[in-house]
Design a protein around this ligand. Structure first.
Ligand SMILES: NC(=O)c1ccc[n+]([C@@H]2O[C@H](COP(=O)([O-])OP(=O)(O)OC[C@H]3O[C@@H](n4cnc5c(N)ncnc54)[C@H](O)[C@@H]3O)[C@@H](O)[C@H]2O)c1
Length: 448
C-alpha cells in the first residue's frame, strides 16, 4: 500500500468516525488547558465555573491576597472537580512556578494591567475583566503586550456575545429603528446618603498592602458581613476612585461598549462630563473613618461624527418613571426608540401610530444573568484558530477609554477633544497628564 493510500485511508476512517461520533473524536483531539485564576472573588469564581464547565480546562492554581476569598474558592473547585488547585498569594510566583496556558484576571480594576501583562509575558492567554485598567495609558500597554507576546486576550464584556444583544444589533444595523441620531446609556438604581464606615485593622490572612498594590494605600474598611456593605473589600472598590472609576467605570463599560459595537464606532471626538455627590454627601477620609468618593450621579456626553451619545447614572431615585428597565441603552432613531437591556432583553417602541412594540427576551446564564459560557467558548476558539476573540483587548481598550475619558473630564471640569488614533487629548497638557498616574512603589507603571 502506498503512503498516500494509507494516509487517505486513515483520513477516511477518521472522518467516518467524526461523522458517527463527533464528540468522541473532538474530545480525543482536544487539549486541556492548564488554567489559573488571579483574584478569586465573586466574578472570578463565575468565570472559573464556566472554564470548568467547558470540560477543556483544569484549574491548576488560584491566587488571592485574601485567605478568606482564596480558601473557599479552592474548596469550591475541589468540590466541582476533585482536583485541589495550588494556592498562591502573589501572582508573580504563580506565573513563574505554574506557567499556565490560560490566566483569568478578576482582581479589582487597579490590578488588571500589571497582572494581565505579566501573564501574557509568561506565555499565558488571558481572560481579563472589564474595565481593562484604571487609566488610559495602561490599556495601550496591555494591547501592545498582548500583540508582542502573540497571546489571545479576551475581556469579560460578555454582552458582545449575548444572543439578544447580537439580534438587537442586527435590528438596528438593518435600519429597522431608522437613522440613529442619538443614544442614551444609563444605569439608574435607588440609594441614599452614605454614612462613613469605621476604618479597621485588616483581618489576619488579608495582605492589604498587596491588595492596594500600585494604587494608594488607604486605611482598610471591610465588607466582612455584607459584600455590598459600602467598604472597599470585597467588591466595594468600584466606588473608590483610587482603585476604580465609579459606576461609569464599572457598569458603564458594558453599555458604552454597546454604543461602539452597535454603531460601529472606534471613539468619540469630544467628551464632557459633570456630576457629584449631592445625595451621598461629600467624601470623607480621616484616620478614623471614610466614605467612598465616586459620584452618586453623573452625566457624560460623547460627540461622534453622525450622532451624540450620553451616559447617565444615578445611585438614587431609581427609574420608576420609565417602563423599559433600570439599565441599558436607548437608541433614538427616525422610526422609534430601541431599548437594549439586560434581564428584559430588547424592545423596539415604534413611532408610527398603531404599530406594535417588538420585543425579544434575553438568554442569560445563572448565576447572575450573564453570558460567560459563550464568551469562554469564543476565547478557546480564538486560541485554537488564531482568530481575534469577540472581546479582543484592543476593542475593549477603546470601550474602557469611553468610561475613562468621561471620568477624566469630570475630574478636570471641562470637555476634552480626543485624538483616538494617537490616544492623546488635543492641545491640553493638564488633561494629558491624567492619561496615566503615579504608581506606588515598588510597582512600575507599564510602558506602552
Ligand atoms: N463582566 C462582568 O459582567 C463583571 C461582573 C462583575 C465583576 N466584574 C469585574 O470583575 C472584577 C472583580 O470584581 P468582583 O466583584 O469579583 O470583586 P471581589 O472583591 O469579589 O474579587 C476581587 C478579588 O481580587 C483579590 N485581589 C486583590 N488584589 C489581588 C492581587 N494582587 N492578586 C490576586 N488577587 C487579588 C481580592 O482579594 C478579591 O478577592 C472587577 O474588575 C469587576 O469589574 C465583571
Amino acid at each position: 500500500m502506498s503512503i498516500d493510500r494509507r494516509t487517505f485511508l486513515k483520513g477516511s476512517i477518521a472522518s467516518g468516525l467524526a461523522l458517527s461520533f463527533p464528540n468522541i473524536v473532538t474530545a480525543a483531539r482536544a487539549k486541556t488547558y492548564r488554567t489559573a485564576l488571579i483574584g478569586s472573588g465573586w466574578w472570578g469564581m463565575n468565570i472559573t465555573g464556566e472554564a470548568i464547565a467547558s470540560g477543556r480546562c483544569k484549574i491548576v492554581a488560584m491566587c488571592d491576597v485574601d485567605d478568606h476569598q482564596l480558601n473557599p474558592a479552592v474548596e469550591k473547585v475541589k468540590g466541582l472537580t476533585g482536583d485541589t488547585p495550588k494556592r498562591y498569594k502573589d501572582f508573580r510566583e504563580l506565573l513563574e512556578k505554574e506557567k499556565p496556558d490560560i490566566a483569568i484576571v478578576a482582581t479589582p480594576d487597579h490590578w488588571h494591567p500589571l497582572c494581565a501583562i505579566a501573564a501574557v509575558e509568561a506565555g499565558a492567554h488571558v481572560y481579563v475583566e472589564k474595565p481593562i485598567g484604571h487609566t488610559i495609558a495602561e490599556g495601550r500597554a496591555m494591547v501592545n503586550a498582548a500583540r508582542a507576546a502573540n497571546r489571545v486576550v479576551q475581556v469579560g464584556t460578555h454582552r458582545r456575545i449575548s444572543p439578544h444583544c447580537i439580534s438587537g444589533r442586527k435590528f438596528i444595523q438593518q435600519g429597522r429603528a431608522g437613522k440613529i441620531g442619538s443614544v442614551r446609556a444609563f444605569v439608574l438604581y435607588g440609594g441614599g446618603p452614605e454614612k462613613p464606615k469605621k476604618n479597621m485593622e485588616p483581618p489576619k490572612g488579608l495582605d492589604w498592602n498587596m491588595w492596594c498594590g500600585p494604587a494608594p494605600l488607604r486605611p482598610f474598611n471591610g465588607n466582612i458581613d455584607n459584600p455590598w456593605g459600602g467598604g472597599i473589600h470585597p467588591r466595594g472598590f468600584r466606588q473608590y476612585l483610587d482603585y476604580a472609576n465609579g459606576t461609569l467605570g464599572d457598569w458603564g463599560v458594558h453599555w458604552v461598549d454597546q454604543i461602539l459595537w452597535i454603531m460601529e464606532e472606534k471613539w468619540p471626538k469630544t467628551v464632557y462630563s459633570t456630576g457629584g455627590r449631592p445625595i451621598k454627601g461629600p467624601p470623607i477620609l480621616t484616620a478614623e473613618e471614610q466614605t467612598s468618593d465616586a459620584p452618586d450621579h453623573q452625566i457624560a456626553t460623547y460627540e461622534f461624527e453622525d450622532f451624540t451619545a450620553h451616559w447617565e447614572h444615578r445611585n438614587f431615585a431609581g427609574n420608576t418613571a420609565e417602563k423599559a428597565e433600570n439599565v441599558g441603552c436607548y437608541f433614538y432613531g427616525t422610526k422609534g426608540t430601541f431599548h437594549m437591556g439586560w434581564q428584559k432583553g430588547w424592545t423596539f417602541y415604534p413611532l408610527g401610530k398603531g404599530q406594535k412594540e417588538i420585543h425579544e427576551g434575553p438568554q442569560l446564564n445563572d448565576p447572575d444573568s450573564q453570558n460567560i459560557k459563550e464568551l469562554w467558548a469564543d476565547f478557546l476558539n480564538a486560541i485554537e484558530t488564531g482568530k481575534r476573540p469577540v472581546c479582543d483587548i484592543e476593542l475593549i481598550h477603546r470601550s474602557t477609554n469611553m468610561s475613562l475619558l468621561g471620568m477624566l473630564s469630570l475630574k478636570l471640569g471641562r470637555s476634552v477633544q480626543w485624538d483616538g488614533e494617537k490616544e492623546v487629548i488635543v492641545g491640553d497638557k493638564t488633561a494629558n497628564k491624567l492619561l496615566r498616574r503615579k504608581y506606588r512603589k515598588p510597582w512600575i507603571y507599564p510602558r506602552a
